[in-house]
Design a protein around this ligand. Structure first.
Ligand code: KIV
Length: 271
């Protein structure tokens, strides 16, 4: 809250100041109104409408199938819930890797139709023109390097990226390029902690890590993973704060028992 009792909204400028002041940035994914409202109320800085919705909301094995229309639907739901957090929306696979005109059209649709504040794009020099064109339209871009799940069929596995010097050098160059182009922040996914620290120190824009060690300027997790809604995903970087899957299972079993036994509804739960 500000001194006037108004919510201080998180902007790209606030994030840059947070980095300058050594304040860590907390980011989580959100895909729907109800969860986004809880996360925003709890004080999260950035909400990412991630294309991980393809996995955790739709049950696909990868992030590739989700469409631009589906991303816009999720983003609209999140935007309706949020007072404070900066909302970033993933440009889905296929909506920006071709020509930069298509990339701009995709980003404009997200901004116009959802009311979100920015977009995220996976990749380095190979998407330079698309990033430039989107930025030139005044749309803030968050970059994403390291393990970029939209390229999973190129990588072959979800294992740690940039362990070797050649890939690490390319990542350092791509990170500097994204800052030079004007991106407001950079996600670093699943890279050695030492490289996460080095890249974060070399940039003036904030870095947000997921499996990139403790020295990035902020951290992001998929909300379904950190709340324990997903069960079979155990990467080393993931800290589970709840076992919601078990909690929900217990509550639902209790409900089933109550319905079957006639205990629900009771005298006070009827008209
Ligand atoms: O889609 C997503 O959830 C992401 C985060 C893992 C950074 O891109």
């Amino acid at each position: 809250m500000s001194v006037h009792g108004k919510v201080r909204k998180i902007t790209t400028h606030v994030l840059r100041d947070m980095k300058k002041n050594n304040e860590k940035i907390a980011m989580l994914t959100a895909y729907d109104y109800s969860i986004a409202k809880i996360l925003d109320g709890a004080g999260i800085d950035i909400l990412l409408v991630g294309d991980s919705a393809s996995n955790v909301m739709a049950g696909h094995e990868t992030t590739l199938p989700i469409t631009l229309d589906q991303m816009i639907y999720h983003a609209q739901s999140v935007v309706r819930a949020v007072d404070r957090a900066l909302i970033v929306v993933d440009l889905p696979f296929g909506s920006y890797q071709g020509d930069s005109k298509t990339a701009l059209e995709s980003a404009v649709r997200i901004m116009k139709e959802s009311g979100a504040h920015s977009v995220k794009m996976e990749g380095g020099i190979e998407i330079k023109e698309s990033v430039e064109r989107i930025l030139s339209a005044g749309i803030p871009v968050m970059a994403h390097l390291g393990l970029t799940p939209q390229a999973i069929y190129k990588f072959g596995t979800y294992s740690v990226r940039a362990k070797g010097e050649e890939e690490a050098k390319r990542l350092r160059e791509d990170a500097l390029l994204m800052e030079d182009l004007g991106c407001f922040a950079l996600v670093l996914e699943k890279i050695p902690a030492k490289l996460g620290k080095e890249v974060s120190e070399s940039l003036s824009i904030p870095t947000i890590g997921i499996g990139a060690g403790p020295d990035t300027d902020g951290q992001v997790l998929v909300v379904h993973d950190m709340l324990g809604i997903t069960k079979d995903f155990h990467p080393r970087f993931l800290r589970r704060y709840l076992d919601l899957s078990q909690e929900i299972n217990g509550a639902v079993q209790q409900y089933i028992n109550d319905v079957r036994s006639g205990d629900f509804p009771n005298d006070k739960e009827q008209y």
